[in-house]
Write a protein that binds this ligand. Structure first.
Ligand code: APR
Ligand code: ZN
Ligand code: ZN
Length: 377
């Protein structure tokens, strides 16, 4: 492409400091260096995690920063040594790396590649600890080495995967986070069995993706819990068998769920990102074999305490990132399954807006009026 090797000026949304929503600016995007790819983003979703950066409750963030981690686009150019994609390919940047070489990538037991942001003290830069973004002469930080709230972005080779060339980018961008996270937690990580009873706390984009996963897995009961009853219609449309709101009960939700199911649910998924819900979700599990899975990302540093007896009887408490998938391998297959109609996630998309209206997109999320708002460049 004519832009290869050159700096590209384009639109991006920058969070200048904690407490400020992203503002649309013109930025410069430098060409990719070795083992890096520059991507023209076509579509990107807004996730609650992006707002955690606005609020300053996501760990190890340096400002100003370009967030966005649920995008899909087309390769504009590649740096030296890149072999996995070529210009013109349709791709999805990955919020969890898969380098394919580290001990975690070589182990079937985890998807937590050692090259990902959790192990890098400064996660806001490229692997060589420099940035590809500037704005008005200032260096702008990356986010999870993805930054999809930019018309062009640069990602390391371990953070990208090629997808089917006919994939609708305005839909499959959800495989960058929400759908892979929620659906994968049920199907891939927890491995919900047919006939299971499941409880899903939090019916946002990620929680509803868990609901879809539980349904595909053949769960017999899928109980959706949310403080926002507006979420219930869509939850039932996607497979929830019943939906309940905490404010309608005088007793704790774990007591309500144990009463509804006898001895507790087989699987409880915490997808609100609210630390106060973790113990409630755990107590909602069957005392002898129930599994509670943390999916939501609570504020950095948040902690909870658990009475050991809750676990000694046989309950399990666990968690995973992005559905436990090794993303480079899993996302192309998920996109193909979607294109072959193995599941339908289109209902998760409640609004599609031009990128310039990103503030409106965040306002819809904060008002509980969106499940997923997709921004188009
Ligand atoms: N009890 C029940 N539901 C709650 C509670 C609560 N105490 N607090 C919040 N919720 C509901 C909200 O009403 C909302 O419907 O949780 C849902 C969260 O959905 P979104 O805000 O749309 O967030 P989403 O993008 O789905 O992400 C959920 O997963 O990836 C993480 O960081 C992300 O923590 C976030 C979580
Ligand atoms: Zn997310
Ligand atoms: Zn790795």
């Amino acid at each position: 492409m004519a832009t290869a090797g050159k700096v590209i000026k384009c639109k991006a949304a920058i969070i200048w400091d904690v407490g400020q929503l992203p503002s649309v600016e013109e930025v410069e995007v430098a060409p990719p260096r070795s083992h890096e790819i520059r991507v023209k983003i076509v579509a990107t979703g807004i996730c609650r995690t992006d707002y955690h950066v606005v609020k300053g409750i996501f760990a190890n963030i340096d400002y100003p920063v370009i967030v966005g981690h649920e995008g899909a686009g087309i390769v504009e150019s590649i740096g030296p040594g890149v072999t996995c994609v070529k210009p013109g390919d349709k791709v999805i940047p990955l919020c969890l790396t898969q380098c394919g070489e580290c001990s975690c990538c070589l182990s079937p037991k985890t998807n937590c590649c050692l090259k990902n942001h959790l192990y890098e003290p400064i996660q806001n830069l490229m692997p060589d600890k420099t940035s590809r973004f500037t704005c008005r002469g200032k260096q702008i930080h990356h986010f999870l080495q993805m930054s999809t709230f930019s018309e062009y972005t640069v990602v390391p080779e371990a953070s990208i995967t090629k997808i089917h060339n006919d994939a609708p980018l305005d839909k499959v961008c959800l495989f960058g986070c929400a759908f892979s996270t929620g659906y994968g937690t049920a199907i891939n990580y927890a491995q919900v069995e047919p006939g299971s009873t499941c409880a899903v706390f939090g019916l946002g984009g990620v929680g509803l993706s868990v609901v879809i996963g539980c349904k595909v897995a053949g769960a017999s009961r899928i109980i959706g819990i949310d403080i926002n009853k507006d979420k219930f219609t869509k939850a039932k449309e996607l497979g929830a068998t019943e939906c309940i709101a905490p404010q309608d009960f005088k007793k704790p939700m774990n007591e309500v769920l144990v009463e509804m199911t006898g001895l507790g649910v087989d699987y409880a998924f915490e997808v609100t990102g609210n630390i106060d819900i973790v113990v409630t979700a755990l107590k909602s599990c069957h005392l002898g074999h129930g599994t509670c899975v943390l999916v939501g990302e609570p504020p950095a540093g948040a902690q909870f305490s658990v009475e050991p007896i809750l676990l000694l009887t046989g309950r399990k408490l666990t968690g995973c990132l992005v559905g436990g998938w090794k993303l480079k391998d899993a996302v192309p297959k998920l996109v193909s399954d979607y294109m072959n109609k193995k599941f339908n996630m289109d209902a998760l998309i409640t609004q599609t807006l031009p990128f310039d209206k990103i503030t409106e997109g965040f306002e819809l999320l904060l008002a509980g009026k969106s499940i997923r708002c997709i921004l188009l460049f």
